[in-house]
Write a protein that binds this ligand. Sequence first.
Ligand code: ADP
Ligand code: MG
Length: 545
Amino acid sequence: MAAERGVPGALVILPEKTARFVGRDAQHMNILAAKTVAEVVRTTLGPKGMDKMLVDSMGDVTITNDGATILKEIDVEHPAAKMMVEISKTQDNEVGDGTTTTVVLAGELLKKAEELLEKDIHTTTIVEGFRMAAEKAIEVLNKIAVPISREDREKLKLVALTALSGKGVTEVERLAELCVEAILQVTEERDGKLKAVVDHVKVDKRIGGSALDTRLVKGIVLDKEVVHPGMPKRIEKAKIALLNCALEVKQTETKAKIRISSPEQIKAFLDEEQQILKDMVEQIKKVGANVVICQKGIDDIAQHFLAKAGILAVRRVKESDMEKLSRATGGKIVTSIKELTPADLGEAQLVEERKVAGEKMVFIEGCKNPKSVSILVRGGAEHIVDEAERGIHDALCVLSVALEEGKVLGGGGAPEIEISKTLRDYAETVGGKEALAVQAFADAMEVIPKTLAENAGLDPVDILTQLKAEHSKPKSEFIGLDAVSGKILNTLDLGIIEPLKVKAQAVKSASEAAEMILRIDDVIAAGKLEKEEKEKEKTPSTEEF
Ligand code: ADP
Ligand code: MG
């Protein structure tokens, strides 16, 4: 099939080890690779999906049900397989959920496309048909979506629960509630539109305790300790100075020699340094701060003065945490102590250093109407905490998307069946061979309910037949499969709810990926470097040094 080299008389334009695949071979190979990736994640789809245990080259184990995580961890080599990994990443970055759906859908679209290719339908026709179908599919989703607002707390909780279901996360009810509370707390209205930024919720994890100990802090939790043992460990009614400057005496930039000829002069010199630090602390005290949170260092002597003044201080806090602290406490980050005014101070009911699982953390909590909050995730084992953290991230993402767009859908395969039904009718109005591609797109959409049924141990053919029959009746757009009970019912009423954007983005990304892979009819791959050559390139031999 492939390599076109070494043919006598042929014009050699590619290096010897280059592999080349053209036309149908290239398409076939790429489709196979993409389908294989889809096959890997397929069994994890839905609430009854299985988990995967991944072991990396260092021997670290990840147990997960999350499509994007699986694909991030496995090391794929084939370029088309890499594209599938890419689309799952894009989906994850854009909307934070629906990664498995995207990949499974793309795999199925390619499978159907391959059948059309075998019937000698040209790639261009297929691609055109897929495009028309994808556009129509998005129309359908927009039409059937229902509104959701920040007042619909119960519904929002169901959106979070749907994202968390099947993730192997324990105490889902509680987590869903925490996520809703967290996201609503940081949601702001700008120009009549809601803005819910997931990053404004800080998620920290600590192994130990149980999932029940996971909690929401109306403020920020810092993975830090109070800097000096003489400082208070607990301050109520905290007035917090947020500093972006060091509490140190600056080193001179140029080297200067100071001639000191008597002990008095040494003392005078040191006294002066002390005085500067003392003045800094005086200033902090004067504006009324009893807590200092510093992005930079705090000198030992400054620590001593702060301790004497009864001020609690934390140093070397990350910039991102400083910003969150500012949003949470209402304080302003100040770059010079001289500029610090009482108005710059943040407020919190309590700042306290506590031991969590043997390690010290500083809690800044009870903030009044904080615009940034923290969730501290607890659990008995590393993989439990990790999976909970990923689940929380997914839940926060879907909540943010649902709030910002204000539209949701019932899940459990219902929207896919509705799309499929509409596309079949649409195909009849589309002339030419594109109609076959639209038809194929309609068939491909069924892979989602089919897989949900399969993963729940139900008969997929039976479920599909029932679903299709139901969808031919009026007001049936959200009739789907409840994978938990195995029943066919209105999933929106039942509380299997997903944001419109997650599904719309999944359909878009899947069809774009399928199109991109189909369009390739020539793969020219440079030969792999021999192992030795590679090593030589990477590590220059020691003699060279
Ligand atoms: P993804 O990575 O695509 O989000 P998930 O494993 O989270 O994959 O599965 C999402 C799919 O599971 C969605 O189609 C959603 O509607 C469906 N789903 C969620 N809960 C249920 C349920 N109880 N019954 C049936 N389907 C469900
Ligand atoms: Mg999901």
